[in-house]
Design a protein around this ligand. Structure first.
Ligand code: NAD
Length: 260
């Protein structure tokens, strides 16, 4: 279904990004992985994905908190593959802290990566998409693009920003065959969530078990974590022609969290 299309999934060396990369590769897209990590582990992930799906899978490492690195990444893909049809802005980090102790450098990093990298990748990918009259921009936002939680000021601000960016870009590209949507996951058990459990326990003065039960899954009506495959399935659907009129939306995949 996506044969001949070239996709970039940022932050796809683990977690949700890797799940989305799997789903797009299964549909036949050429997928460029990106993210941080150990070179040998990343190569093993890349090779496994290629073997599992039969798709062409590449990897380009780049620290996307830097605007120049985003520009190099997009330029490399267009030089190597001649096109970039599907852009999944997924790379993101979290930091949990009361606002008065929130380290300004963490604020800068989170805004630069979670929001700034999406802006830079979109602005650079759009000319080619417009020229070809087809494109899919999928921003992995969060339920935190729609609602807030305490102690996550930078993350919630960045994700609300991503949703605003998504809506704006969708309007600008609506007549060019390019859609832009924000997938808004609830909690998914990935390294990003595992890492925040101890800090959340500290910030709230509760145990780590209580964080999982009373904080993370408290609002998730399904009482289970969202699975990466569920997010991959939605991303793949958004790339079909059947989803051509879905644009400028926030699509919660949150087990009922934002229905409260
Ligand atoms: P993860 O930690 O498993 O993956 C994050 C990915 O981003 C990794 O591939 C990592 O190498 C990459 N990355 C980190 N810093 C980077 C940088 N400076 N440059 C390039 N790549 C970088 O996390 P995840 O949970 O899979 O998160 C993926 C996205 O989903 C994030 O945007 C996150 O905010 C969002 N999200 C996650 C959840 C959740 O519960 N896990 C919920 C809602 C939204």
């Amino acid at each position: 279904m996506l044969k001949g299309k070239v996709a970039l999934v940022t932050g796809s060396t683990s977690g949700i990004g890797l799940g989305i990369a799997h789903a797009l590769a299964r549909e036949g897209a050429t997928v460029v992985l990106n993210g941080l990590g150990k070179a040998d582990e990343i190569e093993a992930t890349r090779a496994q994905l290629a073997a599992d799906t039969g798709a062409e899978i590449g990897f380009i490492g780049a620290d996307l908190s830097r605007a120049d690195a985003v520009a190099e990444l997009i330029a490399k893909i267009e030089a190597e593959h001649g096109r970039l049809d599907i852009l999944v802005n997924n790379a993101g980090v979290q930091h949990v802290s009361p606002i008065e102790d929130f380290p300004p450098e963490k604020w800068d990093l989170i805004i630069a990566l979670n929001l700034g990298a999406a802006f830079h990748a979109i602005r650079l990918a759009v000319p080619g998409m417009k020229q070809r009259g087809w494109g899919r921009i999928i921003n992995v936002a969060s339920a935190h693009a729609l609602v807030a939680s305490p102690f996550k000021s930078a993350y919630v601000a960045s994700k609300h920003g991503v949703l605003g960016l998504t809506k704006t870009v969708a309007l600008e590209l609506a007549e060019h065959g390019v859609t832009a949507n924000a997938i808004c996951p609830g909690y998914v058990m990935t390294p990003l969530v595992q890492k925040q459990i101890p800090d959340t326990a500290k910030a709230r003065g509760i145990s780590e078990e209580e964080v999982v039960r009373d904080v993370l899954l408290a609002s998730q009506a399904t009482k289970r974590f969202v699975e990466v495959d569920e997010l991959g399935a939605l991303a793949a659907f958004l790339c079909t022609d059947g989803a051509a009129s879905i644009t400028g939306t926030a699509l919660p995949v949150d087990g009922g969290w934002t229905a409260h």
